[in-house]
Write a protein that binds this ligand. Structure first.
Ligand code: AMP
Length: 553
């Protein structure tokens, strides 16, 4: 098998980190990662201009993990993030990348949760702190030496932190850290206020910015659809109903995503295959040949696996996951519109990736029009159009070969020609729904994400996910997983996984609360350790469940 480890193996990262990254399904470093990782590993201060979606979290998390000493049970790295949501996300990313580094632990510190357990986690030896500035300052007021051992500082989304009014808190935090530390600053924009911070607190920083050369794309009809991450697969299925494509390539970011989308498409009867770095070279060539000659119509690929793929039949490119930069976008959509043919490119955008869409529009100098999900009426029209098109060449022609048989069937069945035609239609459409009322009933609602920027839950405001804890039944405890709706998780997925893998009776499991970035499950206190042991390696929706007891005090 040709395992594509991409450039990760060449970046001087610890082997255990490279292994964890590859296990996550990443095939090669994104451009910001390829540039930032060597700079951070070399110990330089750095300013990285990058927005969400470029892979910036791993760009700082991977090199910093290489510099953590697991034997030292004290804070060594601090990441500051503007919101609780981002802090949790970054902490989860660190945990994922540190999976094969025993002894490394991460704590997330944010407002709206009790301070006691956060402090306890630091005292218990967490080496990495991911915090929102306001809450971290509350901790510093109680213990001014809290950060005295921290040698790596990252400011993530620095411009957002300043917008939320954290300037003074940042100064307090800078002053609580050793001057010899390494400081890395990531920001989507570099206004004067950010440059002033860099001047005061960074030492000869290296600047990293992904060059955005202007690119031209013609002959490709481009559109985007705003969608929540967990709705991507149903949205793709719905879009495919109405798109008239010859061959289509769908781009996703990870191996797992190629497999998930491929199986959803297969289940709907599409001729589809996955292309990812795990696919052996000869198999890869077979997939491309099949796409060329029509044995396959759809390929779901990662960027690496699609390299060099040139198939003139491709009429559509679906960017199911956002590319890392505009160049990669232009490169991807250039797979269609070959040989003077018309091409169509569709980009799915999650609310957090809105900025990336703007960057793409700026660099390509073109507006990417907004598309809407087809409604049931449009789906029905498209189905009937396809049926009509498939029957058209047979009408008139099939009567000569099948007319006699038709007469005989009408006689044998003793029915009207219309009744027989309806029966044949049902047979050829394989039970496909072709009535509007039924379609409206069966098509699950796929909500589009709102266009407006949803206000972030900064400190000082009511955090979006903050809720009063629900009272617990006697003998039950609450457990937490970092999987939530943004991972495509619903309560039934968690329930199914815990029932199957944990061997529990349904009544043993209490309430399940699924939030955007985490979920809580009520489980019996008795035998909890054993249960968590059984669930140790359980995966839900392709991701590690990692259920832990959640202590709220
Ligand atoms: P970020 O810009 O850090 O918010 O990352 C955006 C998304 O890209 C996250 O879902 C990451 O898991 C994913 N990601 C980051 N780096 C890579 C990579 N090298 N290959 C594939 N996916 C990645």
């Amino acid at each position: 098998m040709t395992q594509v480890t991409g450039g990760f193996a060449e970046l001087d990262l610890l082997p255990s980190i490279v292994a964890a990254v590859i296990a996550t399904g990443y095939e090669e470093p994104s451009p910001i990662q390829a540039q930032a990782i060597p700079v951070i590993l070399a110990g330089h201060d750095m300013i990285g201009q990058a927005q969400t979606g470029t892979g910036k979290t791993a760009a700082f998390a991977l090199p910093i993990l290489c510099r953590i000493d697991p034997a030292k049970k004290e804070p060594q790295a601090l990441v500051l993030a503007p919101t609780r949501e981002l802090a949790l996300q970054v902490a989860t990313a660190f945990e994922t990348y540190a999976k094969q580094m025993p002894g490394v632990s991460v704590v997330a510190i944010y407002g709206g949760a009790p301070m006691g357990p956060q402090l306890k986690a630091i005292r218990h030896g967490a080496q990495i702190i991911v915090a929102t500035p306001g809450r971290l300052c509350d901790h510093l007021r109680r213990d001014e030496n809290l950060l005295s051992t921290v040698h790596h500082l990252v400011l993530d989304e620095a411009d957002e932190m300043l917008k939320l009014g954290f300037m003074d808190d940042l100064e307090v935090i800078f002053n609580a850290m050793p001057e010899s530390r390494q400081t890395v600053l990531f920001s989507a924009t570099l206004p004067a206020s950010i440059r002033a911070i860099a001047e005061r607190h960074l030492r000869e920083p290296k600047h990293i910015k992904i060059a955005a050369k202007t690119q031209t794309v013609t002959a490709i009809d481009q559109a985007h659809l705003m969608i929540h991450a967990d709705q991507k697969i149903p949205a793709v299925l719905r879009l495919l109903e109405v798109e008239d494509f010859d061959a289509l390539i769908a781009f996703v970011r990870t191996k797992q995503a190629t497999l998930d989308l491929t199986s959803a498409l297969e289940a709907k009867g599409y001729k589809v295959a996955a292309l990812n770095g795990d696919i052996a070279q000869n198999q890869r060539e077979r997939v491309i040949e099949s796409l060329k000659d029509g044995r396959l119509d759809i390929v779901v690929a990662t960027d690496v696996a699609a390299r060099g793929l040139d198939v003139p039949r491709i009429t559509h490119v679906f960017n199911v996951d956002m590319p890392y930069d505009p160049e990669s976008y232009v490169h991807r959509i250039g797979r269609t519109g070959r040989a003077g043919r018309e091409g169509r490119a569709l980009l799915l955008v999650t609310p957090r990736e809105r900025r990336m869409l703007q960057v793409i529009e700026r660099v390509t100098g073109q507006k990417v029009a907004e598309a809407r999900l087809p409604n049931p009426q449009q789906v029905l029209d498209a189905r009937i159009r396809k049926l009509t098109a498939s029957l058209k060449p047979l009408v008139g022609e099939a009567e000569a070969s099948h007319g006699e048989l038709l007469d005989r069937l009408i006689a044998d069945l003793g029915c009207e020609p219309r009744a027989l035609a309806a029966a044949l239609l049902r047979k050829v459409t394989h039970g496909q729904t072709l009535s509007l009322a039924e379609l409206e009933r069966e098509q699950p609602l796929v909500p589009s994400a709102p266009r407006e920027r949803t206000p972030r839950s900064g400190e000082g405001r009511e955090p979006r996910e903050r809720r009063a804890p629900l009272p617990l039944a006697e003998g039950r405890v609450r457990c937490r997983t970092a999987l939530g709706t943004r991972d495509g998780i619903a309560a039934r997925n968690l329930l199914g996984a815990i029932l199957n893998e944990g061997g529990l009776a349904r009544e043993a499991i209490g309430r399940i609360q699924v939030r955007e970035t985490f979920s809580l499950v009520e489980l019996p206190e008795e035998g909890l350790e054993r249960l968590l042991g059984k669930l140790k390696d359980t995966r839900v929706a392709g991701k590690a469940l990692k259920l832990r007891r959640y202590r709220e005090d």
